[in-house]
Design a protein around this ligand. Structure first.
Ligand code: AMP
Ligand code: GLY
Length: 425
């Protein structure tokens, strides 16, 4: 088979890695890809939003299956376009990707179908939002309705902050049209867990749980980022939590989408908060998480192509989804300054240290080749240093040891990824 992966981050590198392990796969292309992905795939210089060019490429190269990694093209309808051209593609259609594309949509869906989530109100007028904030309890959470690179969420401790937040999202349009509508919701406390799942429209199969670390700095300080590292499985995702979510969240979401005429095929990512009152949905994503894919996919025992096909064909009930009984930890090496301003173009050394090291992975998030053929930094998140271990503690020690194998100017990482589980094995 010939596979095309659409995207350019650590998640797409992890997807490429999983595809490369399938005996069914002869050739992988990635558009646009990055320097690390080019070891597994032929990178094609077409951006993820150039749908027609991507479809032309898939048709011309007789690609058997295209896998969409990123949210923007899914929400923009890339799957509909591929299907209309008779091209086989993995991911939700536009009318289902809205589960991630609009927070107002997903909140209304949860309310309508009694799926546990934080209480909320939706606003399209800044004045109305501000009026509401006069009598709200604090802290409170403001969310841009649309896609904002995981950064459109403001947690406001006092009223003044929230009022300024409304200005930022709705009037200054910090995230563009994503902030035309905002959701204001109740602040929840508890541990966060990410749960990825495969969905074929009817059947849902849960992957191993993971815990992300979204804040930029140690101790969960600093700004929200796309994710600074994570571990899988999460020991806080107990059997009791799993039972509750199976009963009230997972299948309920798939059924709700179907009932709305928005059949979902692809990956649903459940961002859960384990509150004192039980698990609640923080958010949905319509794709693999980044960096969740990096800690979950290396442990997938199935041939991922079989799973993708089952999702497309509606035969997921026939798949016995299995994960290795190991732990995995990913530490993001970022450019100092991320998620605000940072420098690019710094030469990365030591990448060869990962060659031949079983159980260690260096997933590239933001890298490229410079004109001299050096691999250089090309993004806020640069590398996802990932390692397996028999226990979370061992995986954590392995991952942090491996962060020393590579170097670049302005290398920045959190030092407490998975610290919470240090003493739990
Ligand atoms: P989201 O993109 O909706 O997952 O939000 C990003 C992050 O903001 C989440 O991972 C949480 O850490 C935090 N967050 C979002 N909504 C809430 C909430 N209602 N209460 C507390 N924290 C939240
Ligand atoms: N790691 C969170 C996300 O992929 O949105």
């Amino acid at each position: 088979m010939k596979i095309l992966i659409v995207g350019s981050g650590g998640r797409e590198h992890a997807i490429a890695y999983a595809c490369s392990k399938s005996p069914k796969v002869d050739k992988i292309y990635c558009a646009p890809g990055n320097a690390g992905i080019s070891e597994l795939a032929e990178c094609v210089p077409i951006s993820a939003m150039e749908f027609d060019r991507l479809a032309d490429f898939a048709a011309e190269k007789e690609i058997d299956l295209t896998v969409i990694g990123m949210d923007d093209p899914l929400v923009g309808g890339i799957v509909d376009l591929f299907e209309a051209r008779g091209l086989r593609v993995f991911g939700p259609r536009k009318n289902a990707a809205i589960l991630e594309g609009s927070k107002a949509f997903s909140k209304d869906l949860m309310k309508k179908y009694n799926i546990p989530t934080a209480a909320y109100e939706t606003f399209t007028s800044a004045d109305d939002a501000k009026k509401y904030l006069e009598t709200s309890e604090y802290p409170i959470v403001l969310k841009a309705d649309g896609l904002a690179l995981g950064k459109g969420v403001l947690i406001c401790n006092i009223k003044e902050e929230a009022l300024a937040g409304v200005d930022e999202l709705m009037l200054d349009k910090k995230f563009g049209d994503a902030g035309n509508t905002i959701v204001i919701e109740e602040f929840m406390t508890g541990r966060e867990v990410s749960v990825l799942s495969f969905v074929d429209g009817n059947t849902i199969k849960i992957m191993s749980s993971a815990q992300d670390h979204k804040r930029a700095k140690d101790g969960d300080e600093g700004l929200n980022t796309g994710g600074m590292g994570n571990f899988s499985p999460s020991p806080f995702y107990t059997e009791e939590v799993d039972d509750f979510c199976k009963k009230h969240i997972y299948q309920a979401t798939v059924d709700a989408m179907k009932a709305e005429g928005r059949e979902f095929k692809g990956v649903i990512f459940f961002g859960l908060m384990l509150t004192p009152k039980g698990p609640k949905v923080l958010e949905y994503n319509a794709r693999f998480g980044d960096p969740e894919a990096q800690v979950v996919l290396p442990r997938l025992k199935n041939d991922i192509i079989d799973v993708f096909n089952a999702c497309i064909d509606g035969t997921l009930d026939k798949i016995d989804l299995q994960f290795e009984d190991k732990a995995c930890v990913c530490v993001i090496l970022a450019s100092d300054g991320y998620p605000l301003a940072y420098e690019k173009g710094k030469i990365i050394t030591g990448l060869d240290n990962f060659k031949g090291k079983d159980g260690y992975y260096c997933f590239h998030a933001g890298t490229k080749f410079d004109d001299n053929g050096n691999i250089v930094t090309n993004g806020g998140r640069v590398l996802g240093i990932t390692a397996k271990g028999d226990t979370l503690k061992e995986a954590r020690a392995n991952a942090y040891a491996a962060t020393e194998w590579v170097d670049f100017e302005n290398k920045y990482m959190r030092h407490d990824i998975g610290k919470a589980i240090e003493n739990m094995d």
